[in-house]
Design a protein around this ligand. Structure first.
Ligand code: 1SD
Ligand code: ZN
Length: 230
């Protein structure tokens, strides 16, 4: 990576736009945002999530890229949005959460990044709060790469369904990547219900990621967050 952006100091979020002139970081439709129930809008056109996670997708590798811990997946699992297929590419973590829900910042937010044939991006955001240990996290944390820049080949199957909250209600809006180049046009799907992980599991990730690897709240600038409730 050419631009050494960070979460604090000289190359921190306020300077991301200058660091990479052609980025969207100073754009009007950025992420993350604070989602306030009172300001959301129910939309009868929204559909239940159409997930095709078959429980056998292979994690190809896990990498400590210096700003997060990221698990890259072999093709196989996907979601459908309307008639469009988006393949699951990778999951990674932010600590604490990037999106806030009614002003509340959860200790951890997991991103599941999906991409379609036109290279359009849809990201699932799943909040985690402290509670019962999460079995899938125990599995994932067995393979953690310790040093920044370190990548481990895994080649184990993983059932993504296990990482999801039972309730599939979600918020959705148009935003951006939350890291440079902050590309806009990203479809965000933020699950309403958090999953639980143990304090130890949060700490395990915390140990390996930069402190507070989250971007602050971005203005909605007229955007309305839609909500799907079953
Ligand atoms: O922070 C990630 C970044 O590491 C990369 O995974 C990118 C997708 O190419 O997505 C952003 S984010 O918007 O999902 N945080
Ligand atoms: Zn992310």
């Amino acid at each position: 990576e050419e631009v050494h952006w960070t979460y604090t100091g000289e190359n921190g979020p306020e300077h991301w736009a200058e660091l990479e002139k052609r980025s969207h970081c100073a754009g009007e439709l950025q992420s993350p945002v604070n989602i306030i129930d009172y300001h959301t809008q129910e939309d009868p056109d929204l559909l239940p999530l159409d997930l095709h996670y078959y429980g056998e997708v292979r994690i190809h590798e896990v990498t400590n890229n210096g700003h997060s811990i990221q698990y890259n997946f072999e093709p196989g699992d996907y979601i459908s949005l309307g008639d469009v297929r988006y393949d699951l590419k990778q999951i990674h973590f932010h600590e604490a959460a990037e999106h806030t829900l009614n002003g509340i910042r959860y200790p951890l937010e997991m991103h599941m990044v999906h991409v379609n044939a036109q290279n359009e991006i849809a990201v699932f955001a799943i909040m985690a709060m402290e509670g019962e240990p999460s079995e899938p996290f125990t599995f994932l944390e067995n393979y953690l790469p310790v040093d920044p820049g370190e990548t481990k080949i895994i080649d184990e199957c993983f059932d993504l369904n296990l990482n999801l909250p039972q309730n599939r209600d979600y918020y959705t809006y148009r935003g951006s990547l939350t890291t440079p180049p902050c590309t806009e046009g990203v479809r965000w799907i933020v699950f309403k219900e958090p999953i639980t992980v143990s304090l130890q599991q949060v700490k395990e990730l915390q140990r390996l990621m930069p402190l507070n690897n989250y971007r602050g709240e971005q203005p909605l600038n007229g955007r309305v967050v839609k909500v799907y409730e079953s």
